[in-house]
Design a protein. Structure first.
Length: 367
Protein backbone atom coordinates (compact mmCIF):
# COMPACT_ATOMS: atom_id res chain seq x y z
CA UNK A 1 0.00 0.00 0.00
CA UNK A 2 1.45 3.33 -0.99
CA UNK A 3 1.09 6.62 0.94
CA UNK A 4 -1.32 8.22 -1.49
CA UNK A 5 -3.65 5.23 -1.21
CA UNK A 6 -3.97 5.39 2.57
CA UNK A 7 -4.65 9.11 2.37
CA UNK A 8 -7.48 8.66 -0.12
CA UNK A 9 -9.64 5.95 1.44
CA UNK A 10 -13.29 6.95 1.22
CA UNK A 11 -15.69 6.20 4.06
CA UNK A 12 -19.45 5.82 3.65
CA UNK A 13 -22.20 5.71 6.26
CA UNK A 14 -24.31 2.60 5.70
CA UNK A 15 -28.08 3.03 5.44
CA UNK A 16 -29.91 1.56 8.41
CA UNK A 17 -33.69 1.52 8.32
CA UNK A 18 -35.24 3.75 10.96
CA UNK A 19 -31.89 4.98 12.29
CA UNK A 20 -29.79 6.84 9.70
CA UNK A 21 -32.63 9.24 8.88
CA UNK A 22 -32.07 12.77 7.63
CA UNK A 23 -32.32 13.94 11.25
CA UNK A 24 -29.51 11.58 12.23
CA UNK A 25 -27.41 12.45 9.17
CA UNK A 26 -27.65 16.19 9.83
CA UNK A 27 -26.73 15.89 13.51
CA UNK A 28 -23.88 13.52 12.71
CA UNK A 29 -22.57 15.68 9.87
CA UNK A 30 -22.59 18.76 12.11
CA UNK A 31 -20.82 17.24 15.13
CA UNK A 32 -18.57 14.58 13.58
CA UNK A 33 -18.47 14.71 9.80
CA UNK A 34 -15.83 12.86 7.80
CA UNK A 35 -18.39 10.88 5.74
CA UNK A 36 -17.65 10.92 2.02
CA UNK A 37 -21.04 9.55 1.02
CA UNK A 38 -24.36 9.02 2.81
CA UNK A 39 -27.18 6.69 1.75
CA UNK A 40 -30.85 6.99 2.64
CA UNK A 41 -32.74 4.15 4.29
CA UNK A 42 -34.52 2.27 1.52
CA UNK A 43 -37.30 3.85 -0.53
CA UNK A 44 -40.00 1.45 -1.72
CA UNK A 45 -43.07 3.55 -2.52
CA UNK A 46 -43.63 4.18 -6.22
CA UNK A 47 -45.08 7.63 -5.52
CA UNK A 48 -42.68 8.48 -2.65
CA UNK A 49 -44.54 8.87 0.62
CA UNK A 50 -44.02 11.87 2.90
CA UNK A 51 -41.28 10.17 4.92
CA UNK A 52 -39.38 9.18 1.78
CA UNK A 53 -39.66 12.65 0.28
CA UNK A 54 -38.32 14.18 3.46
CA UNK A 55 -35.34 11.85 3.28
CA UNK A 56 -34.27 13.11 -0.14
CA UNK A 57 -35.29 16.78 -0.07
CA UNK A 58 -32.14 18.78 -0.91
CA UNK A 59 -32.82 21.23 1.93
CA UNK A 60 -32.69 18.31 4.37
CA UNK A 61 -29.27 17.18 3.12
CA UNK A 62 -27.25 20.34 2.61
CA UNK A 63 -23.49 19.87 2.43
CA UNK A 64 -23.71 16.09 2.09
CA UNK A 65 -23.20 13.77 -0.84
CA UNK A 66 -26.34 11.63 -0.63
CA UNK A 67 -27.41 8.57 -2.62
CA UNK A 68 -31.08 7.50 -2.35
CA UNK A 69 -31.50 3.74 -1.98
CA UNK A 70 -34.34 1.83 -3.66
CA UNK A 71 -35.85 -1.47 -2.50
CA UNK A 72 -37.90 -3.38 -5.06
CA UNK A 73 -37.82 -6.46 -7.31
CA UNK A 74 -39.98 -4.97 -10.08
CA UNK A 75 -38.18 -3.13 -12.86
CA UNK A 76 -41.08 -0.82 -13.68
CA UNK A 77 -41.36 0.16 -10.02
CA UNK A 78 -37.62 0.83 -9.79
CA UNK A 79 -37.77 3.05 -12.88
CA UNK A 80 -40.79 4.96 -11.54
CA UNK A 81 -39.10 5.61 -8.18
CA UNK A 82 -35.82 6.57 -9.87
CA UNK A 83 -37.70 9.02 -12.08
CA UNK A 84 -39.21 10.75 -9.06
CA UNK A 85 -35.83 10.86 -7.34
CA UNK A 86 -34.27 12.41 -10.46
CA UNK A 87 -36.77 15.28 -10.16
CA UNK A 88 -34.89 16.41 -7.04
CA UNK A 89 -31.59 16.59 -8.91
CA UNK A 90 -30.00 13.27 -8.00
CA UNK A 91 -27.74 11.60 -10.57
CA UNK A 92 -27.29 8.22 -8.86
CA UNK A 93 -29.45 5.73 -6.98
CA UNK A 94 -28.55 2.57 -5.09
CA UNK A 95 -30.28 -0.81 -5.36
CA UNK A 96 -30.77 -2.66 -2.07
CA UNK A 97 -29.84 -6.34 -2.44
CA UNK A 98 -28.55 -6.57 1.11
CA UNK A 99 -31.41 -6.20 3.61
CA UNK A 100 -31.64 -9.54 5.50
CA UNK A 101 -34.94 -8.79 7.28
CA UNK A 102 -37.37 -11.68 7.16
CA UNK A 103 -40.32 -9.51 6.13
CA UNK A 104 -38.34 -8.05 3.25
CA UNK A 105 -36.78 -11.35 2.17
CA UNK A 106 -40.12 -13.18 2.20
CA UNK A 107 -41.22 -10.90 -0.64
CA UNK A 108 -37.97 -11.59 -2.53
CA UNK A 109 -36.72 -8.08 -2.08
CA UNK A 110 -33.45 -6.94 -0.57
CA UNK A 111 -31.18 -9.94 -0.04
CA UNK A 112 -34.18 -12.14 -0.87
CA UNK A 113 -33.86 -11.15 -4.54
CA UNK A 114 -30.55 -13.08 -4.61
CA UNK A 115 -32.54 -16.32 -4.27
CA UNK A 116 -33.84 -15.96 -7.84
CA UNK A 117 -30.74 -15.06 -9.88
CA UNK A 118 -32.44 -15.46 -13.26
CA UNK A 119 -35.15 -12.97 -12.26
CA UNK A 120 -32.47 -10.67 -10.88
CA UNK A 121 -30.56 -10.83 -14.16
CA UNK A 122 -33.65 -9.85 -16.17
CA UNK A 123 -34.40 -7.06 -13.71
CA UNK A 124 -30.87 -5.63 -14.01
CA UNK A 125 -30.97 -5.89 -17.80
CA UNK A 126 -34.10 -3.72 -17.87
CA UNK A 127 -33.09 -1.06 -15.38
CA UNK A 128 -29.59 -0.59 -16.78
CA UNK A 129 -31.02 -0.11 -20.26
CA UNK A 130 -33.82 2.25 -19.27
CA UNK A 131 -32.80 4.17 -16.15
CA UNK A 132 -31.33 7.62 -16.89
CA UNK A 133 -29.50 7.64 -13.56
CA UNK A 134 -26.35 5.86 -12.51
CA UNK A 135 -27.07 2.74 -10.45
CA UNK A 136 -24.88 1.36 -7.68
CA UNK A 137 -25.69 -1.88 -5.85
CA UNK A 138 -25.36 -2.91 -2.19
CA UNK A 139 -25.47 -6.67 -1.85
CA UNK A 140 -24.97 -9.73 0.31
CA UNK A 141 -23.18 -12.74 -1.19
CA UNK A 142 -26.12 -15.13 -1.24
CA UNK A 143 -28.83 -16.70 0.88
CA UNK A 144 -27.48 -19.82 2.55
CA UNK A 145 -24.16 -20.83 0.97
CA UNK A 146 -20.98 -18.99 -0.08
CA UNK A 147 -21.10 -21.05 -3.28
CA UNK A 148 -23.93 -18.79 -4.46
CA UNK A 149 -21.52 -15.87 -4.78
CA UNK A 150 -19.69 -16.86 -7.98
CA UNK A 151 -22.85 -17.04 -10.13
CA UNK A 152 -24.07 -13.76 -8.67
CA UNK A 153 -20.74 -12.12 -9.49
CA UNK A 154 -21.06 -13.36 -13.06
CA UNK A 155 -24.40 -11.57 -13.28
CA UNK A 156 -23.08 -8.34 -11.80
CA UNK A 157 -20.12 -8.32 -14.19
CA UNK A 158 -22.50 -8.00 -17.15
CA UNK A 159 -23.66 -4.52 -16.20
CA UNK A 160 -22.14 -1.02 -15.90
CA UNK A 161 -22.58 -0.86 -12.14
CA UNK A 162 -21.56 2.54 -10.84
CA UNK A 163 -20.31 0.97 -7.62
CA UNK A 164 -20.69 -2.46 -6.04
CA UNK A 165 -20.90 -2.44 -2.24
CA UNK A 166 -20.31 -5.92 -0.86
CA UNK A 167 -21.30 -7.06 2.62
CA UNK A 168 -19.71 -10.53 2.56
CA UNK A 169 -22.31 -12.31 4.65
CA UNK A 170 -25.20 -14.55 3.67
CA UNK A 171 -28.77 -13.42 4.18
CA UNK A 172 -29.41 -16.20 6.69
CA UNK A 173 -26.45 -15.08 8.80
CA UNK A 174 -27.93 -11.66 9.52
CA UNK A 175 -25.17 -9.86 11.41
CA UNK A 176 -23.95 -12.93 13.31
CA UNK A 177 -20.59 -14.64 12.93
CA UNK A 178 -17.58 -13.67 10.89
CA UNK A 179 -17.74 -12.15 7.45
CA UNK A 180 -16.65 -14.24 4.45
CA UNK A 181 -13.63 -12.19 3.46
CA UNK A 182 -12.70 -14.61 0.72
CA UNK A 183 -15.90 -13.62 -1.09
CA UNK A 184 -14.83 -9.99 -1.03
CA UNK A 185 -11.43 -11.07 -2.37
CA UNK A 186 -13.13 -12.84 -5.27
CA UNK A 187 -15.02 -9.68 -6.09
CA UNK A 188 -11.82 -7.64 -6.12
CA UNK A 189 -10.23 -9.97 -8.63
CA UNK A 190 -13.30 -10.43 -10.81
CA UNK A 191 -14.45 -6.84 -11.00
CA UNK A 192 -11.06 -5.50 -12.04
CA UNK A 193 -11.84 -6.96 -15.44
CA UNK A 194 -15.60 -6.47 -15.45
CA UNK A 195 -17.34 -4.85 -18.40
CA UNK A 196 -20.82 -5.16 -19.91
CA UNK A 197 -21.43 -8.21 -22.07
CA UNK A 198 -23.18 -8.32 -25.46
CA UNK A 199 -26.27 -9.47 -23.53
CA UNK A 200 -26.93 -5.79 -22.79
CA UNK A 201 -27.53 -4.13 -26.17
CA UNK A 202 -27.58 -0.39 -26.05
CA UNK A 203 -25.56 -0.12 -22.84
CA UNK A 204 -22.31 1.75 -23.47
CA UNK A 205 -19.05 -0.02 -22.71
CA UNK A 206 -17.75 0.54 -19.21
CA UNK A 207 -14.51 2.55 -19.53
CA UNK A 208 -13.09 1.33 -16.21
CA UNK A 209 -13.39 -1.49 -13.74
CA UNK A 210 -16.48 -1.54 -11.55
CA UNK A 211 -15.59 0.31 -8.32
CA UNK A 212 -15.85 -1.87 -5.24
CA UNK A 213 -16.70 -0.90 -1.67
CA UNK A 214 -16.28 -3.14 1.39
CA UNK A 215 -18.97 -3.26 4.11
CA UNK A 216 -19.10 -5.35 7.28
CA UNK A 217 -17.68 -5.46 10.82
CA UNK A 218 -15.40 -2.43 10.69
CA UNK A 219 -15.63 -1.53 14.37
CA UNK A 220 -12.17 -0.10 15.13
CA UNK A 221 -8.82 0.92 13.71
CA UNK A 222 -7.66 -2.67 14.25
CA UNK A 223 -10.48 -4.20 12.19
CA UNK A 224 -9.90 -1.64 9.43
CA UNK A 225 -6.18 -2.42 9.42
CA UNK A 226 -6.87 -6.15 9.28
CA UNK A 227 -8.99 -5.63 6.16
CA UNK A 228 -6.35 -3.48 4.47
CA UNK A 229 -3.59 -5.91 5.35
CA UNK A 230 -5.50 -8.70 3.62
CA UNK A 231 -6.73 -6.55 0.71
CA UNK A 232 -4.45 -3.52 0.27
CA UNK A 233 -6.21 -2.50 -2.95
CA UNK A 234 -9.31 -1.57 -0.93
CA UNK A 235 -10.03 2.14 -1.30
CA UNK A 236 -13.64 2.48 -0.14
CA UNK A 237 -15.22 1.28 3.10
CA UNK A 238 -18.84 1.52 4.25
CA UNK A 239 -19.51 1.48 8.00
CA UNK A 240 -22.83 1.19 9.81
CA UNK A 241 -22.93 -0.42 13.24
CA UNK A 242 -19.35 0.63 13.97
CA UNK A 243 -20.30 4.31 13.74
CA UNK A 244 -23.49 3.82 15.77
CA UNK A 245 -21.49 2.11 18.52
CA UNK A 246 -18.75 4.75 18.42
CA UNK A 247 -19.74 7.95 16.58
CA UNK A 248 -16.11 9.12 16.68
CA UNK A 249 -14.86 6.06 14.79
CA UNK A 250 -14.35 7.87 11.49
CA UNK A 251 -12.17 10.46 13.18
CA UNK A 252 -10.06 7.66 14.65
CA UNK A 253 -9.72 6.00 11.25
CA UNK A 254 -8.79 9.21 9.46
CA UNK A 255 -6.33 10.23 12.16
CA UNK A 256 -4.66 6.80 12.08
CA UNK A 257 -3.94 5.73 8.49
CA UNK A 258 -3.11 2.07 8.00
CA UNK A 259 0.66 2.42 7.53
CA UNK A 260 0.98 4.96 10.34
CA UNK A 261 -0.77 2.59 12.73
CA UNK A 262 2.05 0.11 12.12
CA UNK A 263 4.64 2.71 13.16
CA UNK A 264 3.20 4.09 16.38
CA UNK A 265 6.45 3.43 18.21
CA UNK A 266 8.18 6.11 16.10
CA UNK A 267 8.75 9.22 18.27
CA UNK A 268 8.51 11.63 15.34
CA UNK A 269 7.42 11.71 11.73
CA UNK A 270 10.03 9.85 9.66
CA UNK A 271 11.46 11.26 6.46
CA UNK A 272 10.41 9.97 3.07
CA UNK A 273 7.17 8.19 2.09
CA UNK A 274 6.19 7.21 5.62
CA UNK A 275 6.48 10.83 6.72
CA UNK A 276 4.39 11.93 3.77
CA UNK A 277 1.75 9.40 4.80
CA UNK A 278 1.52 10.65 8.36
CA UNK A 279 1.45 14.25 7.20
CA UNK A 280 -1.36 13.43 4.80
CA UNK A 281 -3.48 12.17 7.67
CA UNK A 282 -2.98 15.37 9.63
CA UNK A 283 -3.65 17.62 6.63
CA UNK A 284 -6.77 15.75 5.51
CA UNK A 285 -9.52 18.38 5.54
CA UNK A 286 -12.08 15.91 6.89
CA UNK A 287 -9.91 14.59 9.72
CA UNK A 288 -9.65 15.87 13.26
CA UNK A 289 -6.46 15.87 15.29
CA UNK A 290 -8.07 14.27 18.35
CA UNK A 291 -10.81 11.75 18.87
CA UNK A 292 -14.09 13.54 19.73
CA UNK A 293 -14.73 13.48 23.45
CA UNK A 294 -17.80 12.98 25.59
CA UNK A 295 -18.76 16.64 25.14
CA UNK A 296 -19.12 16.08 21.39
CA UNK A 297 -21.29 13.02 21.96
CA UNK A 298 -23.50 14.97 24.37
CA UNK A 299 -23.93 17.76 21.82
CA UNK A 300 -24.71 15.27 19.06
CA UNK A 301 -27.26 13.50 21.26
CA UNK A 302 -28.91 16.79 22.27
CA UNK A 303 -29.26 17.97 18.67
CA UNK A 304 -30.60 14.62 17.46
CA UNK A 305 -33.16 14.52 20.27
CA UNK A 306 -34.30 18.07 19.48
CA UNK A 307 -34.59 17.28 15.76
CA UNK A 308 -36.83 14.31 16.50
CA UNK A 309 -38.91 16.35 18.96
CA UNK A 310 -39.59 18.87 16.20
CA UNK A 311 -40.92 16.32 13.71
CA UNK A 312 -42.42 13.58 15.88
CA UNK A 313 -45.99 13.77 17.31
CA UNK A 314 -45.12 13.47 21.00
CA UNK A 315 -42.75 11.78 23.41
CA UNK A 316 -43.51 8.16 22.51
CA UNK A 317 -42.28 8.16 18.88
CA UNK A 318 -39.41 10.47 19.79
CA UNK A 319 -38.22 8.14 22.53
CA UNK A 320 -38.64 5.13 20.27
CA UNK A 321 -36.14 6.67 17.84
CA UNK A 322 -33.64 7.49 20.58
CA UNK A 323 -33.93 4.06 22.20
CA UNK A 324 -33.07 2.42 18.87
CA UNK A 325 -29.83 4.37 18.84
CA UNK A 326 -28.91 3.44 22.43
CA UNK A 327 -28.95 -0.25 21.52
CA UNK A 328 -25.70 0.57 19.69
CA UNK A 329 -24.42 3.66 21.49
CA UNK A 330 -24.32 1.93 24.86
CA UNK A 331 -21.21 0.08 23.65
CA UNK A 332 -19.30 3.38 24.03
CA UNK A 333 -19.63 3.19 27.82
CA UNK A 334 -18.31 0.93 30.54
CA UNK A 335 -20.97 -1.00 32.50
CA UNK A 336 -24.00 0.92 31.16
CA UNK A 337 -26.63 -1.76 31.93
CA UNK A 338 -28.21 -0.05 34.95
CA UNK A 339 -28.89 3.16 33.05
CA UNK A 340 -29.62 1.44 29.76
CA UNK A 341 -32.45 -0.40 31.48
CA UNK A 342 -33.86 2.93 32.68
CA UNK A 343 -33.56 4.37 29.16
CA UNK A 344 -35.52 1.45 27.75
CA UNK A 345 -38.22 1.79 30.41
CA UNK A 346 -38.65 5.56 30.05
CA UNK A 347 -42.14 6.56 28.88
CA UNK A 348 -41.68 10.29 29.27
CA UNK A 349 -38.98 12.64 28.05
CA UNK A 350 -38.04 13.75 31.58
CA UNK A 351 -37.47 10.13 32.66
CA UNK A 352 -35.42 9.48 29.54
CA UNK A 353 -33.22 12.55 30.08
CA UNK A 354 -32.68 11.58 33.71
CA UNK A 355 -31.48 8.13 32.68
CA UNK A 356 -29.24 9.46 29.92
CA UNK A 357 -27.68 12.09 32.17
CA UNK A 358 -27.07 9.40 34.78
CA UNK A 359 -25.27 7.29 32.19
CA UNK A 360 -23.23 10.25 30.95
CA UNK A 361 -22.22 11.16 34.47
CA UNK A 362 -21.52 7.75 36.00
CA UNK A 363 -20.31 5.42 33.21
CA UNK A 364 -16.80 5.78 31.83
CA UNK A 365 -16.81 6.89 28.20
CA UNK A 366 -14.81 4.50 26.02
CA UNK A 367 -15.05 6.35 22.70
Amino acid sequence: MNPSHTCSICYYLAPMEGITTYSFRNAYHRHYGGVDKYFTPFISSRSLNARERNEILPEHNEGMQLVPQILTNRAEEFLAIAGRIAFYGYKTVNLNLGCPSGTVVSRRRGAGFLSVPEDLDRFLDTIYQKCPLGISIKTRIGISSPEEWDPLLDIFMKYPIEELIVHPRLQQEGYVGSVHREAYGKALKALEKASPSPACPGIPACPHRIPLCYNGDILSVATRDSLLEAFPETDTIMIGRGILRNPGLLQELRHTPYAASRQREEPALPHGPAGALASCAIQDSTATVSVPALATLKAFHAELLERYRQIMPGDTPTLYKMKELWAYLSHSFESPDKYLKKIRKADHLADYLGAVNGLFGNCRFLG
